[in-house]
Design a protein around this ligand. Structure first.
Ligand SMILES: [Fe+2]
Ligand SMILES: [Fe+2]
Length: 145
């Protein structure tokens, strides 16, 4: 599979976790479990995506800005996750903040899938698309995902 297909598979996993989290209420076990899963998925996805997608793109002038933008959004997502971790899951504030995380994540995935992948598609050679995909997936499984 190409790097684009691999990244999309993991976006779908995170979109599914977000949907499941939205069905939960208060400080229940399901919410804690799903949130812990989402955190691990997002953290490793962002790191390996930076290594196997954004870093190779930074080497090209045409995709420097786009890569900076993507990595800056990873940082914002990290901060939202940290904020949520420190909040009481049963509070109305948690649900509100979670909505902010959801909106930011969905927007970020949309940017990547609808725009960044197309730009990257013109930069990476066919063999690079596949080898980056393999390396990304290998790194994710080394992380236990
Ligand atoms: Fe990303
Ligand atoms: Fe991504």
């Amino acid at each position: 599979m190409t790097i684009f297909e691999e990244l999309r598979v993991d976006h779908d996993k995170q979109r599914a976790l977000i949907e499941q989290l939205e069905q939960t209420h208060g400080d229940e076990e399901e919410r804690r479990d799903r949130f812990a899963q989402l955190k691990v998925q997002l953290k490793h996805h962002a790191t390996e995506e930076e290594r196997y997608f954004y870093v190779p793109l930074i080497e090209h002038d045409a995709t420097v800005e786009m890569s900076r933008h993507g990595i800056a959004e990873h940082h914002q997502l990290d901060e939202l996750l940290e904020e949520l971790e420190e909040m009481d899951m049963a509070s109305p504030g948690w649900a509100l903040r979670f909505k902010a995380l959801k909106d930011k994540m969905l927007h970020h995935f949309e940017d990547e899938e609808q725009s960044f992948f197309q730009h990257a598609g013109k930069i990476f050679s066919e063999s690079m698309k596949t080898s980056l995909g393999k390396e990304y997936r290998q790194a994710m499984s080394d992380n236990g995902i």
